[in-house]
Design a protein around this ligand. Structure first.
Ligand code: FES
Length: 97
Protein backbone atom coordinates (compact mmCIF):
# COMPACT_ATOMS: atom_id res chain seq x y z
CA UNK A 1 0.00 0.00 0.00
CA UNK A 2 1.14 3.48 -0.86
CA UNK A 3 0.16 6.15 1.62
CA UNK A 4 -0.03 9.75 0.47
CA UNK A 5 -0.41 12.39 3.15
CA UNK A 6 -1.10 15.93 2.03
CA UNK A 7 -0.12 18.66 4.44
CA UNK A 8 -3.10 20.83 5.26
CA UNK A 9 -1.27 23.05 7.72
CA UNK A 10 -1.89 26.76 7.44
CA UNK A 11 1.23 27.54 5.42
CA UNK A 12 0.66 24.76 2.87
CA UNK A 13 -3.05 25.57 2.79
CA UNK A 14 -2.09 29.03 1.55
CA UNK A 15 0.15 27.40 -1.02
CA UNK A 16 -1.89 24.98 -3.16
CA UNK A 17 -2.70 22.31 -0.55
CA UNK A 18 -6.41 22.44 -1.37
CA UNK A 19 -5.67 22.14 -5.09
CA UNK A 20 -3.31 19.23 -4.41
CA UNK A 21 -5.94 17.45 -2.33
CA UNK A 22 -8.63 17.87 -4.98
CA UNK A 23 -6.29 16.68 -7.71
CA UNK A 24 -5.15 13.64 -5.67
CA UNK A 25 -8.75 12.70 -4.92
CA UNK A 26 -9.59 12.89 -8.60
CA UNK A 27 -6.45 11.07 -9.79
CA UNK A 28 -6.72 8.24 -7.26
CA UNK A 29 -10.52 8.07 -7.27
CA UNK A 30 -10.73 8.19 -3.48
CA UNK A 31 -11.40 10.85 -0.87
CA UNK A 32 -9.06 11.79 1.97
CA UNK A 33 -9.30 9.15 4.66
CA UNK A 34 -10.09 6.39 2.18
CA UNK A 35 -8.22 3.42 0.76
CA UNK A 36 -8.65 2.44 -2.87
CA UNK A 37 -10.72 -0.67 -3.57
CA UNK A 38 -7.64 -2.53 -4.82
CA UNK A 39 -5.80 -1.66 -1.61
CA UNK A 40 -2.95 0.08 -3.44
CA UNK A 41 -3.45 3.61 -2.18
CA UNK A 42 -4.50 5.44 0.92
CA UNK A 43 -4.97 9.20 0.86
CA UNK A 44 -4.79 11.24 4.03
CA UNK A 45 -4.67 14.82 5.19
CA UNK A 46 -2.05 15.67 7.74
CA UNK A 47 -1.12 18.60 9.93
CA UNK A 48 2.06 20.60 9.59
CA UNK A 49 5.05 18.48 8.53
CA UNK A 50 7.51 21.13 9.80
CA UNK A 51 8.79 22.03 6.33
CA UNK A 52 6.60 25.12 5.95
CA UNK A 53 9.17 27.22 4.10
CA UNK A 54 9.38 24.60 1.35
CA UNK A 55 5.68 23.91 0.82
CA UNK A 56 3.40 22.75 -0.39
CA UNK A 57 4.45 19.44 1.12
CA UNK A 58 3.38 15.85 0.71
CA UNK A 59 4.56 12.80 2.62
CA UNK A 60 4.79 9.49 0.80
CA UNK A 61 5.28 6.11 2.38
CA UNK A 62 5.04 2.67 0.94
CA UNK A 63 4.60 -0.70 2.55
CA UNK A 64 5.55 -2.36 -0.75
CA UNK A 65 9.00 -0.81 -1.03
CA UNK A 66 9.93 2.51 -2.55
CA UNK A 67 9.23 3.41 -6.14
CA UNK A 68 12.43 5.33 -6.33
CA UNK A 69 11.75 6.88 -9.73
CA UNK A 70 8.46 8.30 -8.52
CA UNK A 71 8.83 9.09 -4.86
CA UNK A 72 11.06 8.66 -1.86
CA UNK A 73 9.64 6.32 0.72
CA UNK A 74 9.22 7.92 4.12
CA UNK A 75 10.31 11.37 3.04
CA UNK A 76 8.55 14.71 2.99
CA UNK A 77 8.45 15.86 -0.62
CA UNK A 78 8.84 19.62 -0.79
CA UNK A 79 7.65 22.15 -3.37
CA UNK A 80 4.90 19.84 -4.56
CA UNK A 81 3.17 22.36 -6.75
CA UNK A 82 0.06 20.90 -8.36
CA UNK A 83 1.56 20.25 -11.80
CA UNK A 84 4.57 18.49 -10.24
CA UNK A 85 2.48 16.51 -7.76
CA UNK A 86 0.10 15.45 -10.53
CA UNK A 87 2.99 14.01 -12.55
CA UNK A 88 4.17 12.02 -9.54
CA UNK A 89 0.70 10.72 -8.76
CA UNK A 90 0.08 9.67 -12.34
CA UNK A 91 3.39 7.81 -12.42
CA UNK A 92 2.61 6.22 -9.08
CA UNK A 93 -0.84 5.15 -10.25
CA UNK A 94 0.69 3.68 -13.40
CA UNK A 95 3.53 1.72 -11.81
CA UNK A 96 2.30 0.92 -8.31
CA UNK A 97 1.86 -2.71 -7.39
S1 FES B 1 2.07 23.87 7.00
FE1 FES B 1 2.75 22.31 5.65
S2 FES B 1 4.73 21.90 6.40
FE2 FES B 1 3.98 23.36 7.81
Amino acid sequence: MHIIKICMGSSCRQNFAEENLAMAEKTLGIKAGETSADGKFRLEKTGCLSHCEDGPNVFFSSQNGPLSLVMTDGKVENNMLPHHFEKKLNALAKYAT
